[in-house]
Design a protein around this ligand. Structure first.
Ligand code: NDP
Length: 254
């Protein structure tokens, strides 16, 4: 008999927003498979935090820029499902892993373009394809975009373009996956204090003050402003929320 507890895969769950998403999803009574790229130790700490909440968790290595590794990652997920969760299927996928590169449009190199597009678009497309093969009908996908698709801040043209693509992809995925009762939404965080983009929003006082002054609620975002919204989308309370872009920015630059 299969475990009835729902299971979410959160990419980039070792730090920042993904860590907060993983913890908040666990608080909803959902088990978590979180991924890390380099920071195994940090990921293991998140696993421990989730276990203290009372849910099961496993951390697996995944580089979302290595599309060819997705088959073996899927096998690792299947093994983890069997060994740790007494299950063969996941219920939710949170496409969160990402990087920031700040560069003027005219200075952007092909290499920068390729890494941004591979991580934020190609990786999301093909990882989602794989995860859908082992996702229960009635589950959900949450893609993570950015407030920068609505707000144009110099230096983020390619990053924001990839995030814009994810927002369009979300609608099409929702359209095609509706027949499996899989909901697909996209969460667009405003500027948040994490390691992202060398921790600029957190560590650069001028940037921090600029964003706070241009946000209706008067401050920069924190990871725990975002995780709870993603967790909500993984609950029955969000059962009729589908194909939506939900910006979570405190009213940044409105
Ligand atoms: P952090 O830099 O704090 O964390 C990044 C996470 O992604 C880590 O878990 C990291 O793993 C993982 N990661 C990075 N590169 C890869 C890769 N190639 N393959 C797999 N995993 C990878 O970033 P945030 O938490 O701030 O960002 C998370 C998401 O939120 C991103 O998609 C970002 O674009 C988006 N976002 C962030 C905003 C912000 O202001 N912070 C605003 C809007 C959107 P490891 O620890 O192992 O390196």
């Amino acid at each position: 008999m299969e475990n009835q507890t729902k299971i979410a895969v959160v990419t980039g769950g070792s730090r920042g927003l993904g860590k907060d998403m993983a913890i908040n999803i666990a608080k909803k009574g959902i088990d978590v498979i979180l991924t890390y790229n380099n920071n195994k130790e940090e990921a293991q700490k998140v696993v421990k935090q989730i276990e203290e909440i009372g849910q099961k968790a496993v951390a697996l290595q995944l580089n979302v820029a290595e599309i060819k590794s997705f088959d073996s990652f899927t096998e690792n997920v299947k093994t983890a499902l069997k060994n740790h969760f007494n299950s063969s299927k996941i219920d939710f996928l949170i496409n969160n892993a990402g990087i920031g590169i700040h560069t003027a449009f005219t200075q952007t190199t092909e290499e920068q373009f390729d890494i941004l597009s591979t991580i934020h678009l190609k990786g999301v497309v093909f990882l989602t394809q794989k995860m859908l093969l082992i996702m229960n009908d009635g589950g959900g996908v949450v893609n993570i975009s950015s407030g920068l698709t609505r707000i144009a801040l110099a230096g983020y043209s390619i990053y924001a373009t990839m995030k814009g693509a994810i927002e369009t992809l979300t609608k099409y995925q929702a359209k095609e996956l509706g027949e499996r009762k899989i909901r697909v939404n996209v969460v667009a965080p405003g500027a948040i204090e994490t390691d992202f983009g060398n921790g600029t929003v957190r560590d650069n006082a001028d940037v921090n003050a600029f964003i706070a002054a241009n946000t209706a609620l008067g401050r920069v975002g924190l990871p725990d402003d975002i995780g709870s919204v993603v967790a909500f989308l993984c609950t029955q309370d969000a059962k009729w929320v589908n194909a939506q872009r939900i910006e979570v920015s405190g009213g940044q630059m409105i």
